[in-house]
Design a protein around this ligand. Structure first.
Ligand code: ADP
Ligand code: MG
Length: 231
């Protein structure tokens, strides 16, 4: 996409984050990280454990705030927004997928996909219909009424994908989304994820340790010494 006009959906500018100023001394995790995610682009983020991948993803997804730097989503500088506006932007524009599904155990697959929509003021009937469509799209139409404990690891993760897509976000952030699955299941579930992202024209930033998976994305970025560097 080098000759295309830049139309970024997410821009991170000079992000810094340091943890723990106590007895153990500060941990400087991000030291000026820059990242541009173009519309419709799927980017892999690769780095060893402890490098700050989750920290960066949480900041990009407005789940955490940087010490300095800017998070720009769809042209708006989120670091200038208050908590309420940031929460609204996060609910409406960002979908998050974790390594462990983090589904609510007492709710069915369907309800887990409905709840974020209700939080976003979508009427119940509409939310139900969208949840059923999303579940059908990942091959789980007949598992809608099952609770997470009644589903396999791969199925749980597919429900988590649907939940992340529930409010039709512009940006999908995935933190080692198949890292908790056996290799065969991981490949299958990753195929479902890629199909979903490509099919909706979504922009995605996907953290992975798996270089074979990373190479299937549009670009691979690394996190080194607290900064984002190209491959
Ligand atoms: P990764 O996802 O690449 O494994 P993380 O972003 O989770 O890395 O963590 C980066 C570093 O920051 C690690 O050294 C971790 O121990 C530290 N860290 C993460 N979260 C916190 C926290 N809330 N308080 C203190 N240190 C933290
Ligand atoms: Mg992590």
């Amino acid at each position: 996409m080098s000759d295309a006009v830049s139309d970024p959906v997410l821009v991170l500018e000079a992000i810094t984050k340091t943890y723990g100023r106590g007895v153990a001394g500060p941990v400087r995790v991000l030291t000026g990280a820059d990242l541009v995610l173009e519309r419709g682009e799927i980017v892999a983020l690769v780095a060893p454990s402890g490098a700050g991948k989750s920290t960066l993803l949480h900041i990009a997804g407005l789940l955490d705030t940087p010490d300095s730097g800017r998070v720009i989503i769809d042209g708006l500088d989120m670091t200038r927004f208050g908590d309420r506006a940031r929460t609204a932007a996060r609910r409406g524009q960002v979908g998050f997928i974790y390594q462990f599904h983090h589904l609510l155990p007492e709710f069915t697959a369907l309800e887990n996909v409905v709840l974020p929509q209700l939080a976003n003021a979508v009427p119940r009937a509409e939310a139900d219909q969208r949840a059923r469509e999303l579940l059908a799209g990942v091959g789980l139409a007949d598992r809608a009424e099952h609770r997470p404990a009644q589903l396999s690891g791969g199925e749980q993760q597919r429900v988590a994908f649907c939940r992340a897509m529930a409010n039709a976000p512009q940006i999908l952030l995935a933190d080692e989304p198949t890292g908790n699955l056996d290799p065969a299941t991981s490949d299958q579930v990753f195929d479902v994820l890629m199909e979903m992202v490509r099919g909706t024209g979504l922009s995605a930033l996907i953290v992975t340790h798996n270089l074979a998976l990373a190479e299937r994305m549009d670009r691979v970025l690394y996190l080194r010494d607290g900064q984002v560097v190209p491959g």
